[in-house]
Design a protein around this ligand. Structure first.
Ligand SMILES: Nc1ncnc2c1ncn2[C@@H]1O[C@H](COP(=O)(O)OP(=O)(O)OP(=O)(O)O)[C@@H](O)[C@H]1O
Length: 563
């Protein structure tokens, strides 16, 4: 039945495999375009080192060639990734294209590759073999999506800073996606060689990169079979046109171009958008599950959890924070106030790893100042941001699930083998996430995207995400900004409730009433220095504080009452 279409059907499979090597980097938000180079190195190496005849009499050379290709691709990606993964966006794209071109020129001029003439090999790949590889890749991506690692990929794609603050090791995640991309590109290179029977440097030129990228973007990365959709679409459209007799020179590219434009304009997540909407939100775990019991206990009240001295940060000539000494003890609710530009955000950024200090010493939960954000998160520091940093393309529930990263175990490999323990761990993460959504009153909006939430609800979602990490120290940067009085009062009672549960809270706030209600201690910053600290009401009546901060608030309040 398939006679005559075998090449076409295999071309779709090969296109999908190439697109998977782009899919995996796009999933983690990386625009990496070195796949032609990885494919080329893998294809040439395997044709060189793998025997041409069946091994041990019956094993096809391609069975040995595939792991060789995957290894060569992965190793090349690792070596290239070390220097280039410091780059982002278009700079990463340019550096990786340069790598691909370098490989092409090298192979074109090398003797062992037979130069521009290329290498001939036996055609060992049949169309069903190519589709088995597609099925294996689709399986790997299907199991990756809802796993802890899959969520880490998505979090890095959406917002690297927020992902790091939730305990995701951003550098490792980016490298993992890059290495996986190299391995898949290597597999593609080997399959291509053993299917078409010949490779030349021109086989792996820049147009291959463009094709792979277009296929991956067209298919989309929202569902695991996006690359198959993209490859099927791009291969089927010309065939359908041929069948309809629309083959005249200009019609073919015109129709293909218009269809491509239509998908990109109306389905920004690619063809996979059509299918991702069909996915149901995971069900709430039953009441028999008590995940909070399984979490580590918080430190005893009064234990010193952070101590920093001489903390300073300068941006050029601006001294944002100057010589701050700060100690935080378990169970306290510490408010940090001060006028605009006093250095409050800079201070909390330093104690959560977002900014390295210019000077100062100390540790937060055993992590030295200057470490990367995920290390603070792993030690028990969790935070929200002044300008909310939600993962906009993930659902409300998935946002909070990312928050469970530091209190859950990696599940991907166990999910591949369908081990019950992986399911148990995922259920536990889900139960934790639901518990936090209920705590902040967002359980009924779990399936929405953050963009559909009100400003106050977005702030609550960020708090739920931070709480899902079961933090020892919760840092909230202006959590009540944009909230009305009722919402702010609810938030103050939530914060007090957290303190009763043993969570240490540090929060920056301009809402003085809320600060006085919720805090057990207050630190006042002005021009980057601590000008007062202690019991909130005492500090609030300190003349220096009134002059620096509260005075202007009171005046503003008076003015507003007079209006
Ligand atoms: N990335 C940066 N580059 C240059 N200057 C910065 C940077 N971040 C902060 N600053 C400066 O450092 C000072 C302290 O800023 P910071 O945001 O920490 O203050 P803040 O007390 O949190 O203010 P606000 O209440 O307005 O948020 C300000 O003068 C600010 O302009």
């Amino acid at each position: 039945m398939l006679a005559g279409y075998e090449t076409l059907i295999t071309t779709i499979a090969l296109g999908a495999i190439l697109a998977y090597s782009f899919h995996v980097v796009l999933m983690a938000g990386q625009l990496s375009l070195g796949q032609a180079g990885f494919a080329s190195l893998a294809a040439y190496t395997s044709t060189l080192v793998v025997p041409t005849e069946p091994i041990a009499g019956s094993i096809s050379p391609v069975i040995v060639g595939l792991p060789v290709g995957a290894l060569v691709g992965a190793a090349a990606a690792f070596v290239v990734g070390l220097p280039v993964l410091r780059l982002r966006g278009v700079f990463l794209a340019i550096a990786t294209i340069a790598f691909g071109e370098m490989v092409r020129v090298l192979i074109n001029n090398a003797e062992w590759t037979n130069g521009a003439i290329g290498v001939r090999v036996e055609k060992w790949v049949t169309f069903d073999f190519a589709w088995i590889i597609v099925a294996v890749l689709a399986y790997l991506f299907w199991r990756l999506g809802p796993s802890r690692s899959g969520r880490a990929f998505a979090a890095v794609r959406e917002d690297e800073l927020a992902a790091g603050s939730m305990g995701v090791d951003v550098v490792r995640t980016r490298m993992a996606s890059f290495i996986a991309s190299g391995a898949i590109a290597g597999v593609y290179g080997v399959l291509f060689a053993y299917f078409f029977g010949r490779i030349t440097p021109a086989t792996f030129d820049f147009s291959l990169t463009v094709n792979g990228l277009v296929t991956a973007v067209l298919g989309g990365y929202l569902v695991f079979f996006g690359p198959v959709l993209g490859a099927g679409f791009l291969t089927a459209v010309p065939e359908i046109q041929k069948a309809l007799g629309l083959e005249a020179g200009w019609i073919h590219p015109l129709i293909t171009g218009v269809l491509l434009l239509a998908v990109i304009l109306f389905l920004p997540g690619g063809l996979s958008t059509l299918f991702s909407r069909l996915r149901r939100a995971p069900a709430r775990p039953g009441p028999d599950y008590a995940p909070l019991d399984a979490l580590d206990p918080l430190p005893d009240p009064g234990t010193r959890i952070a101590a920093v001295t001489g903390l300073a940060k300068s941006y050029g000539a601006v001294d944002a924070v100057r010589g701050v000494d700060l100690e935080i003890r378990s169970g306290e609710v510490l408010g940090i106030i001060g006028p605009n530009g006093a250095g409050k955000t800079t201070l909390v950024n330093m104690i959560s790893g977002l900014e390295p200090p210019t000077a100062g010493e100390g540790e937060i939960l055993g992590v030295p100042l200057g470490a990367r954000p995920h290390r603070f998160a792993q030690a028990g520091v969790s935070r929200t941001f002044q300008h909310s940093k939600l993962f906009e393309r993930l659902t409300v529930l998935d946002n909070v699930l990312v928050g469970t990263h530091v209190v859950s175990r990696s599940t991907y490999l166990r999910r591949l083998a369908w081990l019950p323990s992986a399911r148990r761990d995922e259920r536990r993460a889900l139960a934790l996430a639901w518990a936090q959504l209920e705590r902040v009153g967002l359980a009924d909006r779990a399936g929405l995207r953050p963009g559909a939430l009100s400003y106050g609800d977005r702030r609550r979602l960020e708090i739920a995400r931070a709480l899902a990490a079961h933090p020892t120290l919760l840092i909230l940067d202006e959590p009540a900004a944009g909230m009305n009085h009722v919402e702010a009062a609810e938030l103050a009672s939530l914060i007090r409730g957290l303190a009763d549960d043993g969570v240490t809270v540090l929060f920056i706030e301009h809402n003085v009433k809320m600060v006085l209600e919720a805090c057990t201690r207050l630190v006042v910053l002005d021009f980057g220095e601590v000008i007062a600290q202690g019991e909130p009401r005492e500090v609030a009546s300190d003349p220096r504080v009134i002059e620096a901060y509260l005075g202007t608030e009171a005046e503003a309040h008076e003015e507003s009452e007079h209006v």
